[in-house]
Write a protein that binds this ligand. Structure first.
Ligand SMILES: Cc1cc2nc3c(=O)[nH]c(=O)nc-3n(C[C@H](O)[C@H](O)[C@H](O)COP(=O)(O)O)c2cc1C
Length: 373
């Protein structure tokens, strides 16, 4: 099978992957799809190292890079330093977080470790367009990187123009038709229409409803379907809805290549499709993650109201680092979409791609048989 967007990048499978893990990105590209690296937690220097690594491990295949261009944050937050940031984090919120960790016997960090973690977090945060552009400058130095993806709003016009002038495609990830229109009008080349089943920041419209609406709205701009896709039958459904490919995140979490530690993988494999929750608890914007006592505590009536982006993640970053380090089972959580219920045991990226294509082919046979009757 071929779709125009596959031809654009010379792909053998209509499968696009989002991952913060370079091993997953390179493996998906090697398997004939296209991996895209999330950069929300890497410095500009680290990004250069990550992309050089992918260049060496993707066997000449194309890949993408996801860069967040932040929108709608109050100007005063742009210049926060590790020293000034803490004054925006209310005592009530800090006490809530501390009490929750204490309840689950999570040890404290030393003062030194705590400051180091916070400083590191603040330095890596992409808070301004200028910081996002510095990351895009790195992408320009890596010709195998063929696409930049922006999730929280379209990149500014001059960035889109410059990306096009060096042969890069620009892709916008959206969760609502009005955002799709805005991105298409801004000149992006591909739209990812992500339904509410998805991991990470999501809107409120399901994939089945969102994709055809966006396909019609932005035509002839190609659309990739995202949210709840991890099996071949879902790929067939996405193409039937008018998408030219699929964009997946959750399905890679259970692979040997993924960054997810073993104790969290065990929780993901045990989870059902109803074990995720869309909550503002990690970033201040609604995002879907695996349910745990950390998530449900924030949804309880005793919880303080979550802070706006980027303050909520400044508030919770150290707590999540402590949860990652000390691994209290009840609190362990990770961004995950509803397709998590399909993950049962560790596998490889290559196997995931193979299984999706095999089931896709069976689905087409079944549909053809039904039509021929
Ligand atoms: C662990 C994880 C982290 C994510 N972080 C981001 C991110 O930083 N930026 C982004 O654009 N999308 C992010 N996403 C969302 C993916 O890009 C993708 O749209 C989503 O996973 C698709 O739905 P699915 O999870 O049902 O496959 C993340 C997804 C996962 C699983």
């Amino acid at each position: 099978m071929r779709t125009p967007v596959m031809d654009t990048f010379g792909l053998e499978a209509p499968i696009f992957a989002f991952s913060h893990c370079r091993d997953v990105v390179a493996a998906v590209s090697r398997a004939g799809g296209m991996g895209t690296l999330g950069t929300s937690h890497v410095t500009v220097e680290q990004l250069e190292i990550e992309l050089s690594w992918i260049d060496q491990h993707a066997e000449g295949k194309p890949y993408g890079v996801d860069v967040q261009f932040p929108y709608g944050q109050p100007k005063e937050f742009e210049n926060l330093t590790p020293e000034t940031a803490k004054q925006y984090l209310p005592q009530e919120h800090r006490a809530f977080v501390e009490a929750l960790l204490k309840k689950h016997n999570v040890p404290e960090f030393s003062r030194e470790e705590s400051e180091k973690v916070f400083r590191h977090y603040m330095e890596n945060l992409t808070r301004t367009h200028r910081e996002a552009e510095r990351r895009v400058e790195v992408v320009y130095r890596h010709p195998q990187a063929r696409m930049i993806v922006s999730a929280l709003g379209a990149p500014p016009a001059h960035v889109i123009e410059r990306a096009h002038s060096v042969g890069l495609k620009v892709c916008g990830l959206i969760g609502h038709p009005k955002h799709a229109k805005r991105q298409a009008d801004a000149g992006v080349d591909i739209i990812v229409a992500q339904g509410w089943e998805a991991a990470g920041h999501t809107g409120e419209i399901s994939t089945l409803v969102l994709v055809p609406e966006v396909v019609d709205l932005v035509a002839p701009v190609p659309v990739l379907a995202a949210g709840g896709i991890g099996r071949g039958r879902q790929v067939a459904a996405a193409l039937a809805l008018g998408a030219q490919g699929v964009w997946c995140g959750t399905v890679w979490l259970g692979t040997v290549e993924s960054e997810v530690p073993p104790e969290l993988k065990r929780k993901l494999f045990a989870a059902t499709s109803s074990d995720t929750l869309r909550s503002r608890c990690s970033t201040g914007k609604p995002a879907r993650r695996l349910v745990s006592a950390w998530v449900t505590a924030w949804e309880s009536p005793e919880a303080p109201k979550t802070l706006p982006m980027p303050l909520q993640s400044m508030l919770t970053n150290e707590a999540l680092e402590r949860i990652t380090k000390y691994k209290p089972d009840a609190l362990l959580t990770y961004p995950a979409g509803q397709i998590v219920g399909h993950l049962r045991e560790e596998t490889t990226v290559k196997q995931v791609v193979y299984d999706m294509l095999a089931e896709f082919s069976d689905a087409l046979d079944r549909l053809n048989e039904a039509v021929d009757r």
